[in-house]
Write a protein that binds this ligand. Structure first.
Ligand SMILES: [Zn+2]
Length: 109
């Protein structure tokens, strides 16, 4: 069985299901063990903080929570769509990710 996460830190992804469907953001963290990712602005949970040294008056902190990577698709930089991508090996041996929709090389894999 293939495990792991299909996107990487810094990728722009689009959420394809759930409450945040259609929302795009940058991958902040990848948690390969759980097959989860944390995406900027997605799955934001509000936490009420008690007053502490950093925030003497307490307050509400917004923090992105991890979610299953399969709920997000990579956004192609050329065609601007949430796409499936394949891999290709270039003449110099580099593995790159290729958009299945427009054929654009997304970046080195
Ligand atoms: Zn594309």
């Amino acid at each position: 069985m293939r495990t792991g996460v299909h996107v990487r830190r810094g990728d722009t992804v689009e959420v394809i299901t759930g409450k945040y469907r259609g929302k795009r953001g940058k991958v902040l963290r990848v948690l390969p063990k759980g097959g989860r990712i944390i995406v900027e602005g997605v799955m934001v949970a509000k936490r009420h903080m008690k007053p502490n040294e950093k925030m003497p008056s307490g307050g509400i902190v917004e923090k992105e929570m991890a979610f299953v990577a399969g709920k997000a698709m990579l956004v192609c930089t050329r065609c601007g769509r949430a796409v499936r991508f394949g891999h290709r090996v270039l003449d110099d041996g580099a593995r790159v990710r290729v958009c299945r929709h427009c054929g654009e090389i997304i970046d080195k894999a």
